[in-house]
Write a protein that binds this ligand. Structure first.
Ligand code: PLP
Length: 420
């Protein structure tokens, strides 16, 4: 293996056709931001757009802006804009609420379509906690059992007693990328309906829910889609379920004709049925700007160039970590690039201290815990729209400084912040 020098890394940036996309973002000078997998960077267009929505559309247009400024259609319009990034068709994706709420809707809808004999919901034991909590609530509602399985043993958990399988395409802790088409095919072979959590895949890897024959999918937009903190999430279901599935939260926005103010509920078609009530227009306007940045890098939803850069970034990080720090940290993420997303996770007994000491040096990653402190992981996300190769170099260089000087042992890092 040839270890790249700083000059080599600078040359990679100079030759990177996606390099200019970084200018779409307002990133602080001197900061190495490797946490776009938790909160995407601020697009330059967002502040101006929000100002316009607040002062002109709201301030001047007032109530008429629901029509004139197309506020009312925003959840479906943005759903259509996002759709190519997950391989969905127009009219199928709704942008609304948070991922947890959409997950509840999708799991509930899926369970309500399966034979009552199928009284098991299968979820990964190490799934993102909200996914487990929501699945538990839905299982309770249907009198079903929740089966928690290891991600490596998903196939063994599939049986004719299972109604629904919930899987994260990319694991939020390790970055492991699960084969959506293969898992879906095995599930369908047993008559099981699949619900996919795309939080860590959308905007990071190519997704094709139709090619994979997936049933339902949800995901978040404040990570790789740069929608802003708490930006509305999305929900999709395959049109083959359209006649049978129903959202458990039917509000006036799910109605075919909300302004008919009808006494009876008639579900709207496609994405409309997933909506609930009035949606946060300011947050949707910010998400619109976030989607613009991704679509600038992935024209027409084609993720291949962004994916190629993401692989090059994670490969460089792994090469430098192996060469300089291989004996001090354990790489948890898949070595095979086809099996990992756009992040790399490193295990260290004091991962929290390491990440805090790095932040003090201007390199931002984050920490996700295991069931024991020993299993803590330092996560580094490489959002391909704005991460430079020199950022990767800088991160490993600063990591070497932190570990070399035992900076992570600073007692100040013994107290955890609320958000790690
Ligand atoms: C980020 C994330 C969520 C976020 O859920 P919200 O309800 O939008 O806060 C859910 N699931 C996974 C796997 C995530 O990574």
């Amino acid at each position: 293996v040839i270890i790249p020098t700083l000059a080599d890394v600078r040359a990679l940036d100079a030759a990177d056709p996606l390099g200019p996309l970084r200018d779409l973002f307002d990133l602080p000078d001197g900061l190495t931001y490797l946490d776009g997998n938790s909160l995407g960077a601020l697009p330059r267009a967002t502040a101006g757009r929000l100002h316009e929505v607040v002062t002109t559309e709201w301030g001047r247009g007032l109530i008429r802006s629901w029509d004139d400024a197309h506020w009312f259609d925003a959840p479906r319009r943005l759903g259509d804009k996002l759709a190519p990034l997950i391989g969905a068709a127009p009219g199928e994706v709704a942008v609304s609420d948070c991922t947890s709420v959409n997950l509840y809707k999708a799991l509930h809808a899926a369970m309500s379509t399966v034979d009552p004999e199928r009284s098991i919901i299968v979820v990964e034991r190490d799934a993102f906690p909200t996914d487990r909590y929501v699945a538990q609530a839905v299982a309770h509602r249907f009198g079903a059992d929740l089966h928690l399985v290891e991600r490596d043993n998903l196939y063994e958990a599939l049986s004719p007693h299972v109604g629904v399988l919930l899987v994260s395409e990319i694991d939020y802790r390790t970055g492991h990328w699960c084969e959506m088409a293969e898992v879906t095919a095995s599930a369908h072979h047993e008559g099981i309906v699949t619900v996919w959590d795309l939080c860590h895949s959308v905007g990071a890897v190519p997704i094709d829910v139709h090619a994979a024959h997936a049933d339902y999918a949800v995901g978040c937009t404040y990570k790789y889609l740069n929608g802003g903190p708490g930006a509305p999430a999305f929900v999709w279901s395959h049109p083959r379920h359209a006649d049978r599935r129903s959202s458990p939260i039917t509000g006036w926005w799910s109605h075919a004709e909300p302004f008919a103010m009808s006494r009876t509920f008639t579900a709207g078609e496609g994405a409309t049925a997933w909506l609930t009530g009035a949606q946060p227009i300011l947050a949707l306007a910010a998400l619109d700007c976030g989607l613009d940045t991704v679509l600038a890098g992935a024209p027409a939803g084609e993720m291949s160039a962004l994916r190629a850069k993401s692989v090059a970034l994670t490969e460089l990080f792994l090469t430098l970590v192996d060469a300089r720090l291989g004996d001090q940290l354990e790489v948890i993420t898949q070595r095979d690039p086809t099996r990992r997303g756009s992040q790399v996770s490193l295990a260290h007994p004091d991962a929290y201290g390491v990440v805090q000491a790095l932040a003090a040096r201007g390199v931002v990653g984050d920490v996700r815990g295991g069931s024991t402190p020993d299993a803590d992981l330092a996560r580094f996300g490489f959002a391909p729209l704005y991460t430079r190769f020199v950022d990767v170099w800088q991160a490993v260089d600063q990591l070497a400084e932190v570990l070399g000087a035992d900076e992570h042992k600073d007692p100040a890092y013994a107290i955890r912040r609320t958000v790690t």
